[in-house]
Design a protein around this ligand. Structure first.
Ligand code: NAD
Length: 321
């Protein structure tokens, strides 16, 4: 076993659970912390503690005896959730992140990784479907997603201050739409790929599927295996500025629906609901810096990743029938 001891917060969530599987394959000792256990599979963590990280004493307890922290815990969800729970999101996440940073400093943690988001990028750079890919420096002058995005941007700054003033080695990754099996696919917190897979899994051939907005909004999507590989490479680097982690293959939501319908082998038509939140009009990741820093970039194609995701969601639905 590697002698490093690692804490993953948000270990009951989608990315945290996959990250622990990845770190265990590499033979690290891992403690997972969350307010809930993973929903769909048992954790592989050596220890798993149920702790509410909005509370200072719980953060101190979480970091005891570890060398590295991957701080993923957050109150979050898809666009429907983050646009309607802004006060709750900023309250919970600022408490979690400031307490975790300070607990890491006091416990002389070697490395602290924070999971930020493409939601930090300004609205004025994302107002058409064919926008230029977003470079890390585009985050300023700031006009982040209201609520969730501002909280992420503020915590990025806090990580920078802790690095500069206290020499705590902080790392900030900006995820662009991570998806894959074992992610939330119903209940209101799911993201677009999971929601579309679920709707198509329930549909019969020739059915209509509801699409939020006009379907011409664009995004890029990154498969979960690439995501955990990327954050591990980042914490192993000496790069302490925020870094994009996503693919630079931009697709419309309409195209995403067509890919999933193909995978499901169903003929689907779309019904547009213009009243539903759709977020920014266009978003893509510029991976120039990612390639330089990590000497690597995400490689799972959208078609392959969606195939695995769709079949996992379908199996869950069939199991619950
Ligand atoms: P997730 O919701 O599946 O996981 C987050 C976990 O944090 C959940 O299990 C939740 O129970 C836990 N949590 C919430 N409040 C807590 C508290 N008070 N104490 C302890 N644990 C608490 O989300 P995810 O997709 O795995 O995201 C992980 C991180 O990556 C988050 O910080 C998120 O903001 C960030 N991120 C994710 C994406 C994405 O596409 N999935 C995109 C950008 C950023």
């Amino acid at each position: 076993m590697e002698n490093k001891k690692i804490l993953v917060t948000g270990a009951g969530g989608f990315i945290g659970h996959h990250l622990i599987k990845y770190l265990k394959k590499k033979k690290f000792w891992v403690r997972g912390v969350d307010i809930k256990f993973p929903e769909y599979e048992q954790t592989l963590a050596d220890e798993f503690e149920l702790l509410d990280l909005r509370r200072w004493a719980n953060c101190l307890q979480a970091v005891r005896g570890v060398n590295q922290v991957y701080n993923l815990a957050a109150n979050m969800g898809g666009i429907g959730f983050i646009e309607s729970h802004k006060a709750e999101i900023v309250h919970d996440n600022i408490l979690i992140n400031m307490h975790m940073l300070e607990a890491a400093r006091l416990n002389k943690i070697d490395k602290f990784l924070y999971t930020s988001s493409a939601c930090v990028y300004p609205g004025y750079k994302q107002n058409s479907p064919d926008i230029a890919p977003l470079k890390e420096e585009d985050a300023y002058p700031a006009d982040a997603e209201d609520g969730y995005g501002w909280e992420k941007l503020y915590t990025e700054r806090a990580c920078r201050h802790y690095y500069e003033d206290y020499k705590l080695k902080t790392y900030c990754v900006r995820f662009h739409n991570i998806y894959g099996p074992l992610g939330t696919y119903d209940g209101g917190r799911e993201k677009s790929p999971a929601a579309i897979c679920r709707k198509i899994a329930f549909a019969k051939t020739k059915d209509e599927v509801e699409v939020w907005g006009d379907g011409n909004q664009t995004r890029s999507y990154c498969y979960i295996d690439d995501c955990v590989e990327g954050i591990f490479r980042l914490i192993e680097s000496e790069y302490h500025e925020p870094l994009n982690l996503g693919t630079d293959k931009m697709v419309t939501i309409n195209h995403l629906v067509d890919i999933v319908a193909n995978i499901a082998n169903k003929r689907i038509s779309k019904r547009y609901d213009l009243g539903k939140p759709q977020g920014v009009r266009g978003r893509n990741s510029d991976n120039t810096k990612l390639r330089q820093v990590l000497k690597w970039e995400p490689c799972v194609s959208l078609e392959d990743g969606l195939k695995l995701t769709y079949h996992w969601i379908l199996s869950q639905i069939e199991k619950n029938r």
